[in-house]
Design a protein around this ligand. Structure first.
Ligand SMILES: NC(=O)c1ccc[n+]([C@@H]2O[C@H](COP(=O)([O-])OP(=O)(O)OC[C@H]3O[C@@H](n4cnc5c(N)ncnc54)[C@H](OP(=O)(O)O)[C@@H]3O)[C@@H](O)[C@H]2O)c1
Length: 390
């Protein structure tokens, strides 16, 4: 719940607040005062004197998650193209575990975690043309990657890394850093899209030029892999999957996987996948494992297939094997880092058209955010772990 203060702004602040609203919104103020105070962008602006954020705080080699309240966090200072968003839900990615446990040596002290959030527009700056209060939006992982080729400079502007992330009650984002959420999804579901879904989309559809009738291998049953499974099925592709858990393999079959293999009980799982494809191999591998799984991914990719190199579940070290099979099989190796905003928009249209709903393992309350991180770390989840914010 948003904390509602009993305090009104001073006359000056009120006048300043009013100036940043579009005139068309000001006419709703009276109605909002009478009927739905918590939905009112105006009341959001002047009655909320504090809002809460989770923050990473350095503790020995890693980080604690600390809940902080900030007064006057809901900005009186919206820039002309800024948008004030009430965050409704945040989803976690393995990347948040990497930051929390300091697995990549990145300094995130004092930073708000999590790239992925969805919410509702509360207020817009004077020159904002794309959004109005009440619009349902999600943030972009790379707020400045709008389209086209990736630029290394985008690494300086990632949410939940260099920039504050979404695990807070309100956020101010540039209008170009938002997309409309698909109409068939609620904010909990939509919070799962910015990183995991867009990464799967970019890997398979954009870079992999996925075609109906092809085959796809996804590793494990986490966020990226399950989205890849759903997208590939909607394209009319055959999907194979690996997991450490037979029950999860059964669940994967229920949502469309053709077959799967337990990589714990079958350490040479590529042999099983090769057999399942009648020695053709898979046309696409969604490679979320990294150095410890690449060797077997290369063994089960088809000639002229694609390996989308996405993840680091087995660490950041060098590959443990020769890369020669990539040449020998004429394989396309694509390094993938999430995706641009225009593809996020295109993906959302696709999800809407196919009525694809994200698979959500569990939803935690905002106050219970550390338990959500612990659940992600446990690896028990299937699909996405979400935190409901307000
Ligand atoms: N490059 C990018 O843009 C990008 C974007 C998103 C994620 N990623 C990376 O992709 C990876 C997955 O991210 P995520 O958020 O989807 O993770 P996640 O939701 O936390 O899923 C992790 C799951 O992966 C499976 N797994 C763990 N170790 C494995 C192994 N050695 N071999 C095969 N599967 C294994 C497990 O599934 P089972 O329980 O079924 O075994 C585990 O539950 C991470 O390394 C993350 O950093 C990269």
């Amino acid at each position: 719940m948003m904390p509602l203060a009993i305090r009104l702004s001073s006359k000056d602040r009120l006048a300043k607040s009013l100036r940043i609203w579009h005139l068309s919104e000001q006419k709703h103020i009276l109605g909002a005062l009478i009927y739905k105070p918590t939905y009112s962008p105006f009341l959001g602006q002047i009655w909320m004197s504090t809002c809460r954020s989770w923050i990473y705080r350095k503790n020995n080699g890693a980080y604690d998650l600390v809940l902080e309240s900030k007064s006057d966090c809901n900005s009186d200072h919206l820039g002309p193209r800024d948008v004030l968003v009430a965050i409704r839900a945040v989803s976690l990615n393995y990347r948040d575990r990497i930051a929390w446990r300091n697995l990549a040596g990145r300094n995130v002290d004092g930073r708000v975690p999590a790239s992925d959030g969805s919410g509702e527009v509360l207020a817009v700056g004077a020159e904002v043309s794309q959004w109005k209060p009440g619009d349902r939006v999600a943030g972009c992982f790379f707020p400045r990657w709008q389209s086209g080729r990736f630029d290394l400079a985008h690494h300086q502007y990632d949410l939940g890394g260099i920039l504050d992330g979404m695990l807070r009650e309100q956020a101010v984002l540039h209008e170009d850093a938002l997309v409309r959420i698909p109409s068939h999804l609620d904010p909990i579901q939509a919070s799962t899209l910015p990183c995991a879904a867009l990464t799967a989309w970019n890997a398979l559809v954009v870079r992999g030029r996925l075609t109906a009738g092809e085959s796809v291998l996804v590793l494990g049953t986490g966020g990226v892999s399950i989205f890849a499974l759903q997208i590939a099925r909607a394209f009319g592709c055959k999907v194979f999957i690996t997991s450490s858990d037979d029950t999860k393999l059964l669940r994967a079959r229920e949502i469309g996987a053709s077959d799967g293999v337990n990589y714990k009980t079958h350490p040479q799982w590529s042999e099983q996948i090769w057999g399942m494809t009648e020695s053709h191999g898979v046309d696409h591998v969604v490679e979320v494992g990294g150095p410890g799984t690449l060797e077997q991914s290369m063994r089960c990719v088809a000639a002229s297939g694609q390996i989308a190199l996405i993840g680091v579940l087995t660490g950041f070290g060098p590959p443990t094997t020769s890369l020669f099979p990539l040449l020998a099989r004429n394989v396309q190796l694509d390094g993938i880092y999430v995706g641009p905003r225009d593809e996020f928009v295109r993906m959302n249209r696709f999800l809407e058209h196919h009525a694809i709903e994200p698979i959500i393992d569990r939803v935690f309350s905002f106050d219970d955010a550390p338990a959500a991180f612990a659940h992600l770390e446990s690896g028990q989840h299937f699909g996405k772990v979400v935190i409901s914010v307000s």
